[in-house]
Design a protein around this ligand. Structure first.
Ligand SMILES: Nc1nc2c(ncn2[C@@H]2O[C@H](COP(=O)(O)OP(=O)(O)O)[C@@H](O)[C@H]2O)c(=O)[nH]1
Ligand SMILES: [Mg+2]
Length: 459
């Protein structure tokens, strides 16, 4: 995750302010130094880092914290606002007819992004089409076609044609019924003249409304030159940062955005067509600082529910809170969780759960959880309706039968029943989710003060 390091080191430093009501110059110095260190090691441009840390410092010392605000919350809020300010608004993309041209070096993620974006527009009720003009890389046609098949969106390409400009022209005609045209282009290993010529020619024919530059999060300082060059030749309205699920630092991409006066449109977080997020500065920075991202979480939950086919009337979370929690509920919940994507990404979106707590989990804790969920699913498939409804009545002979039927062992079945009991008990104890009271309180405060993090399912 971008600047992941910043999130955890900053939390560490800020924790030292816990319990203090006033901050000394020394405290501020320490926090600022930590921010500088993290940003620089994440490849963010030096002058940008200085600018940012200067304003955090002067604001922390000069501004008067609102009455009753602990020092830690006050500084965290300033850091949050300054980071949001640095990153700026997300690229404007009205939900209407438009043509989008994607540019970028080879391997940056253009083809993947074009299918992902098409999928994203289709979830907004528009009809997108991807036009593949890459005649340079062997296999580009098949790759794009396959991804568009998975995204269930219109696709145009011509493996027998060697002229990208002709493909672009014919593609626009062939997909005239679509609302949103996404034109994928070829890349090269480096910025070369023929790449620039080719993309300028395509641009002439396509006449895009929006030009997006696709940047791999792993790109360092080189991002700046690339962004400027593409900006001069086709005009860059926004940037897509890909591969944020990896270990890349992303600071180069942020620098590029700042220095070309563009903005971020989308984030790529995986290899599947659904692994895309519309960039939202508030949520992004909240997640970065370990404060969760309720808006994004709500969207994922909604999507997962749709995919799981869970209708609100047959699965009411309120019911669960009233103690009628059965194994069927747990099964649906697990299924929905699976559809939400990797657990560690989801946890980052829950206030008080990302960062802080997650940092303390062993690295493989998430995998184990996902493995266990798969085993549980197999076991539940072997249980009868009555057993699912009244798991507490399942006895030793039934456990034996279920273990045999599911090809697992009795130990795993017992584990499942244990897990169920734990969840049931927890649900009875808590009215709602998010146990970190302090975080909740802070989120509320930020919302009241216009932090704009939106409400969520647990709000
Ligand atoms: N993990 C991950 N891989 C990605 C992401 N976006 C693209 N990729 C992978 O990066 C590689 C290059 O992507 P591709 O779309 O072919 O790049 P292009 O050459 O710019 O069209 C492929 O293996 C993709 O699966 C992402 O957000 N996360
Ligand atoms: Mg490609």
């Amino acid at each position: 995750m971008v600047l992941d390091d910043l999130g955890s080191s900053l939390r560490g430093t800020l924790d030292k302010l816990r319990g203090k009501s006033r901050i000394s110059e020394e405290d501020v110095e320490e926090v600022v130094k930590e921010i500088q260190r993290s940003l620089l090691s994440a490849d963010v441009d030096v002058s940008l880092v200085m600018e940012l840390s200067d304003s955090i410092k002067s604001r922390s010392l000069e501004e008067e914290p609102p009455a009753g605000t602990p020092a830690r919350d006050f500084v965290l809020r300033i850091v949050y606002e300054e980071l949001v300010d640095l990153i700026g608004e997300s690229t404007e993309l009205p939900l209407e007819e438009q043509t989008i041209l994607l540019a970028g070096l080879q391997g940056s993620g253009k083809t993947t992004t074009s299918a992902k974006m098409a999928w994203w527009f289709s979830t907004k009720g528009l009809r997108p089409a991807v036009i593949q003009t890459d005649t340079f890389r062997p296999g580009a046609y098949d790759q794009a076609k396959e991804m568009c098949r998975r995204a269930e969106v219109d696709f145009y390409g011509d493996p027998d044609c060697e002229d990208p400009v002709q493909i672009a022209r014919e593609g626009l005609e062939a997909t005239s019924e679509a609302d949103v045209h996404i034109v994928d282009t070829a890349g090269r290993h480096a910025l070369e003249e023929d790449l620039i010529d080719e993309i300028e020619d395509i641009e002439d024919v396509v006449d895009p409304d929006v030009g997006l530059l696709v940047l791999d999060a792993a790109i360092g300082q080189g991002a700046k030159d690339q962004a400027q060059q593409f900006d001069e030749s086709v005009g860059i309205d926004g940037v897509v940062i890909t591969k944020l699920d990896g270990t890349a630092k992303g600071g180069g991409a942020l620098t590029a955005v700042d220095q070309t006066d563009s903005s971020i449109a989308f984030l790529g977080t995986g290899e599947e067509v659904q692994d895309i997020e519309r960039f939202e500065p508030n949520g992004f920075i909240s997640r970065l600082l370990g404060m969760g991202d309720l808006a994004q979480l709500a969207e994922r939950v909604e999507r997962a529910m749709e995919q799981t086919g869970v209708e609100e009337e047959d699965w009411d979370p309120e019911d669960m809170l009233e103690g009628q929690f059965t194994l069927k509920d747990m099964q649906k919940q697990m299924e929905a969780m699976n559809n939400m994507g990797p657990l560690d990404q989801v946890l980052d979106m829950i206030p008080g759960f990302g960062g802080g707590i997650k940092d303390q989990l062993p690295d493989d804790a998430m995998d184990v959880t996902q493995d266990r969920m798969r085993t549980f699913e197999v076991i539940m498939d072997s249980m009868t309706d009555a057993e699912m409804e009244y798991p507490r009545a399942v006895g030793a002979s039934q456990i034996r039968r279920i273990a045999r039927g599911s090809g697992t062992d009795e130990e795993s079945v017992r584990e499942l029943l244990q897990q169920y009991k734990m969840m049931e008990k927890t649900l009875k104890q808590f009215q709602g989710m998010g146990s970190d009271k302090e975080m909740q309180r802070m989120m509320q405060q930020m919302q009241q003060q216009g932090g704009g993090m939106g409400g969520g399912p647990f709000g």
